[in-house]
Write a protein that binds this ligand. Structure first.
Ligand code: CA
Length: 227
């Protein structure tokens, strides 16, 4: 979720993040951003401090009253030092000063998402399967599994949730962010393809489990985190 009123900055952030496989929803007003954050399950929020309708710290305060877990990265101009401090005190997770380096923004967002899900390392290991969050790679043994961007995003979400059930609604939010959402059953189709690819690459145990009526989860019996 990106809340930024500068059209040019918003566009360049969205383009860079989409190239990294994030789906981005944009809002140019605090109120709209809060509304979207109430409707959909986001992984991380980027919040500009100078918005036309609300101050960034007001947006954050409002958000924290409802949704305490969403990681928030603040974007601010140098002049907004007090507002930035107030944001950090009221629960922002990170901040970047404008102008910023796009690669740094992407790296910080990836770290926020990872830590929010309780992972301190960039590499997750399930038996002989390795998921590299930085390279966005899935490797079984020494073979790279050739996944589409959506398949990777789904698998990453499952792995980050560490064995907790991910509902089909959550997958749709994650992949499409409420925009042009296809039917729910597309998720079953994606999961089916994902399972086949992972099995074909040689993973032994069934890694993705179906939880009837609720969604999917990864089998964490063999899971370990490594550096
Ligand atoms: Ca602004």
């Amino acid at each position: 979720m990106l809340i930024e009123d500068d059209v040019w900055i918003a566009q360049s952030i969205t383009e860079s993040l989409e190239a990294e496989g994030f789906h981005v929803d944009e809002a140019d007003r605090g109120e709209d951003g809060l509304e979207l954050a109430g409707l959909y399950e986001y992984q991380v929020m980027i919040l500009d401090l100078g918005l036309p309708d609300m101050r960034g710290d007001e947006v954050l305060e409002n958000l924290r009253q409802k949704n305490t877990n969403l990681p928030v990265l603040i974007l601010s101009g140098d002049a907004e030092v007090e507002s930035r401090l107030s944001c950090l005190q009221s629960g922002a997770d990170d901040y970047l000063l404008k102008p910023f380096n796009m690669q740094e923004l992407v790296a910080r967002l990836q770290a926020l998402v990872r830590r929010a899900n309780g992972h301190s390392q960039n590499i997750l290991q399930f038996g002989e399967l390795t998921l590299n969050l930085t390279a966005r790679d899935v490797i079984v043994g020494d073979k790279r599994v050739d996944l589409t961007s959506k398949e990777y995003q789904m698998f990453e979400l499952l792995c980050l949730r560490k064995g907790n059930v991910v509902s089909k609604e959550s997958f749709l939010d994650h992949l499409y962010g409420g925009m042009d959402e296809p039917e729910m059953k597309i998720i079953d189709v994606f999961i089916c393809k994902l399972r086949k690819k992972i099995e074909k690459a040689g993973a032994r145990s069934p890694l993705i489990q179906t939880v009837w009526g609720r969604g999917y989860r990864v089998n964490t019996d063999e899971m370990e985190c490594s550096a």
